[in-house]
Design a protein around this ligand. Sequence first.
Ligand code: ADP
Ligand code: MG
Length: 575
Amino acid sequence: MTDQTKIEPEAQALTDGFHLLIDALKLNDINTIYGVPGIPITDLGRMAQAAGIRVLSFRHEQNAGNAAAIAGYLTKKPGVCLTVSAPGFLNGLTALAHATTNCWPMILISGSSEREVVDLMQGDYEEMDQLAIAKPLCKAAYRILHAEDIGIGVARAIRAAVSGRPGGVYLDIPGALLGQVMDEVEGQKSLVKVIDAAPAQLPGPEAVSRALDVIKSAQKPLIILGKGASYAQVDDLVKDFVEKSGIPYLPMSMAKGLLPDTHPQSAGAARSLVLKESDVVIMVGARLNWLLSHGKGKQWGAPHSTKFVQIDIEPREMDSNVEIAAPLVGDIGSCLGALVDGMGDNWAKPPSDWIDAVNAKRDANIARMAPTLQNNASPMNYAGALGALRTIIAERPDAILVNEGANTLDFARSIIDMYKPRKRLDVGTWGVMGVGMGSAIAAAVETGCPVLAVEGDSAFGFSGMEVETICRYKLPVCIVVFNNNGIYRGTDVNTSGSDDVAPTVFVENSRYDLMMQAFGGEGVHVTNPDELSRAVNAAMDSGKPTLINAAIDPAAGKESGNIGNLNPVSVVGKK
Ligand code: ADP
Ligand code: MG
């Protein structure tokens, strides 16, 4: 080869790692990135925005990650979070683990430092072997070293996130990769559009008839709908199955609204009774974990034994806690479709004494609760304040309810009825605090619906700085902070004699509403349910970022809400 035959660089069209990564995401319809800019991914964010991807910058990576996790839940596409190296990566990793635990598709893309220096541990800027650290905390983790592998690397990440049981994927992007140059035509050819990213998984015919036999044998059947069922987006099929079977159903927290909570077969307000007495339980995208007392013990009426039919895409979920009499492994759509077909036209409804007993209990509990929800007491108690919000959601069923806290979570879950699928976003499988603002932002961005975030004052504090993000992007988010001056409540006393307040106590009568005003949003302070109602309605009508500081009686609230039993108790007593 002579010098004359060499391709002149200016004559050859080139691309680089930045462009290939952006093109690979766009090719796969990933049109939103949640993240925090910094070395080495600042330009990546700028260029992604210039290329038409919506790039939302947060104030802390954990909140961006929580947004990506919820985006995955709402859209069935991986939510993407983009972070800087080491500390930014670690901040995002909590959310990636949270997404994995909840079975939501998410991809954490983090820049990383010079591989050669990191691997020799020579002390690079933000040196960390991020791939190794991410691996045990997510579903899959990959590193791309060459520009020509970006297409396949992104395709692997997407498929790993959404196929089978969805989960979090880590994608490690060494800074040097972004600057790597290659021929543009070759680069475009190397990109991969993932075909059938989450293939249908059909249950075997024997498994279907076994499940139908078990259901048929039941005298007191129950359906439990979990957030896997709402994730699946086969809402009509869920309704068909429930209605055709005539079986009472219990929605898990984030499955509330999959069928309206006012549905005649809802056993939501008869939870204790149906768990204790049912003889056959059909689990649809829900796990027998701590949230259901692992399917055994006194909550399940032990020594009475319950038979389980379980629909799940993950075979290893079967027998995880108790024996599953009829495992139905497959996607919810295929499994419910097969069951509905198998039920035929003459399916016998459950015995009427069971249905009557469930309905009587439910109606009695609802009637007992009703008057407490109408009190206009000041300072507010949970029932009064949540009674007001309950009416607002009934009148605005398209609004998305974000909910976290201890008492604020537990009371809101039982008091606020939901009417449509995927409208309730909360703390998920871990019961983690701090997901509120990330969830609220992603909900508004992904759906365009108004968002009502009902937050305990402690829970809000974990991600409160994102009110600036909400104002910056002018999102239709109304935050209500249930302010009772502390964690669980604001009345704990320090018995040591020192000047510090007790570990669970915050500044008295804080004005969280002023935080929102600092960034140009609306801030309102309210002291009774009528004022709360007016302020929330005004916020939902205007669509303006709003924070309502709702003063709750500092003595209201119990330790750890409904799960105080999980606290260890000192055998020698409190000193
Ligand atoms: P909940 O907390 O509401 O009980 P979980 O998160 O415990 O719900 O359970 C959800 C289950 O749904 C997981 O076991 C997951 O594997 C399963 N799942 C998620 N998506 C699908 C799907 N498309 N088809 C079948 N099962 C699914
Ligand atoms: Mg509190």
